[in-house]
Design a protein around this ligand. Structure first.
Ligand SMILES: Cc1cc2nc3c(=O)[nH]c(=O)nc-3n(C[C@H](O)[C@H](O)[C@H](O)COP(=O)(O)OP(=O)(O)OC[C@H]3O[C@@H](n4cnc5c(N)ncnc54)[C@H](O)[C@@H]3O)c2cc1C
Length: 440
């Protein structure tokens, strides 16, 4: 390794690479230590390998995606936002495009190109990168940073940027080390929990029977009560929850969203479930939680009843099972037949009004009591982290240890899916790099 460095960055993820690149661009000598054998392992997984790196929403809409902690990001976003990120990537030959849903991807649809662009950025600034070096602590002398402790010994520095990520998908290297390092400096770590994660049903056996059912364009509503006590008249007609500013859920509703979901062998997954998972898991701290899925949200009960009745009349000589296939995903046909009490081979004309009403009720409110989140390791993002009360939002500097800076998921910021988390990592990383450079 070349001599001493003024700035050490811990972690070569999205936040750490841009922080190192920016500090080096401003003329500082920068060392980036990464515990894995190569950089950006998590970036490679993002957007199913295509890297959804930002979103076309305006800044207020962007900030709303982060919930109550979003305001903390405002100054970082003012300093370095989507267009700045795209301009930086374009400097290294990588163009991006915005899809109709607002998500921004590299035109190559290849996350590897994003990692490559940041490697070039760092190489331009002559950042020294050391792989397979694990940081274990920050060295402080007389209240000021003097370096870091690592698996290969102490390394001196005048400023340290902690960009070690969260603790989800630990195989990427994000194993929560940043929390321990910050806690040793006196920082508060806001309770860690999975931020975007599947939900585990209390009745796993029920879920298992429906395993593999893909639910398209359904309305999922999470309630603060057991499934048996759900009052469907409270289901809102619009989406409510994080990111829908001005639409605050009214008790006992936790969140309600339309979109796609899937029933798994343990419970519920899919985009709409992941988006609702954090609020749902947090609500579980205070009592029972359940989820109601409306499989036909575009039709009210009366309209659906008429449709079902017409289908049973028109196709009276066909088995119940075949008629249901027109209304339900295949994987729900058998379990729904069992739950309505009508044998699947019963003819349409023999279906009683009670059986039809049971089917209608199930289609308008398929319910699951929820026992918890699937594992942290499968979450897309870590909620909680270093308390924002102890970080200067303008500089990303620690308010407790002079010369220490934070950026990315190690802080208590997390958003839903859509490119928000990566943009936050890039924006805060850029600011941390710039601030550390001006500090030294
Ligand atoms: C499957 C998946 C898909 C995702 N898709 C998207 C998406 O499409 N869009 C989006 O915006 N977000 C997405 N995210 C979230 C996003 O990837 C993260 O929020 C983002 O990568 C966080 O960046 P970071 O730099 O803070 O942390 P990380 O990317 O986790 O990087 C932290 C780095 O620090 C290193 N490190 C940790 N501890 C040490 C140590 N002690 N010493 C040295 N190095 C250390 C790690 O090895 C790692 O390389 C996805 C996440 C997952 C898991």
């Amino acid at each position: 390794m070349a001599g001493n460095h003024q700035i050490i960055v811990i972690g070569a993820g999205a936040a750490g690479m841009i922080a190192a690149g920016r500090a080096a661009e401003l003329g500082d000598s920068v060392l980036l230590v990464e515990k894995m054998e190569r950089p950006g392992k998590k970036i490679l997984m993002t957007g199913n390998g295509r890297c959804n790196l930002s979103n076309s929403r305006d800044m207020d809409g962007f900030i709303a995606q982060f919930g109550a902690n979003g305001r903390f990001l405002q100054s970082a976003f003012r300093r370095f936002f989507r267009d700045d990120l795209l301009a930086l990537l374009a400097r290294y030959g990588l163009e991006c495009r915005t899809k109709a849903n607002g998500k921004v991807y590299p035109t190559t649809d290849n996350a590897r190109d994003v990692v490559r662009a940041f490697q070039h950025y760092m190489a331009d600034g002559k950042v020294t990168v050391r792989f397979e070096v694990s940081a274990t602590g920050v060295l402080v002398e007389n209240g000021r940073v003097s370096g870091i402790k690592t698996s290969v010994g102490d390394l001196p520095a005048s400023a340290v940027i902690i960009a070690a990520g969260g603790s989800s998908h630990p195989q990427t290297g994000s194993t929560g080390d940043g929390f321990h390092i910050a806690a040793a400096l006196g920082h508060t770590i806001v309770r860690l929990r999975p931020g975007l994660v599947p939900l585990v049903a209390t009745d796993v056996a029920q879920a298992k029977l429906m395993q593999g059912a893909g639910l398209r364009n359904v309305r999922v509503t999470a309630f603060r009560c057991p499934a048996g006590e759900i009052d469907l008249s409270l289901v809102p007609g619009v989406d409510v929850g994080r990111g829908f500013d001005g639409q605050r859920p009214k008790l006992p509703i936790i969140e309600s969203r339309t979109g796609n979901a899937v029933i798994t062998h343990f419970g519920l997954s899919g985009p709409v479930i992941l988006e609702m998972s954090l609020a749902t898991i947090d609500a579980l701290e205070n009592g029972p939680v359940s989820v109601s899925i409306d499989l036909a949200p575009d039709m009210d009960s009366d309209a659906l009843r008429t449709e079902l009745q017409q289908a049973f009349d028109r196709r009276g000589e066909e088995p119940y099972r075949d008629i249901m296939k027109d209304f339900l995903p295949l994987k729900l046909v058998q379990p729904f037949a069992a739950m309505t009490g009508a044998p699947p081979d019963k003819l349409g004309k023999q279906i009683t009004s009670g059986e039809r009403e049971s089917l209608l009720d199930l289609m308008k409110s398929l319910r699951f009591d929820i026992q918890g989140a699937y594992s942290m390791s499968t979450s897309l993002v870590t909620a909680g982290g270093i308390s924002l009360q102890e970080i200067d939002p303008g500089t990303m500097a620690s308010l407790l240890a002079e010369g220490v800076y934070f950026c990315g998921e190690v802080m208590d910021v997390d958003a839903g899916t859509g490119g928000y988390n990566l943009q936050a990592a890039f924006s805060t990383g850029y600011v941390a790099g710039e601030s550390a450079a001006s500090f030294v």
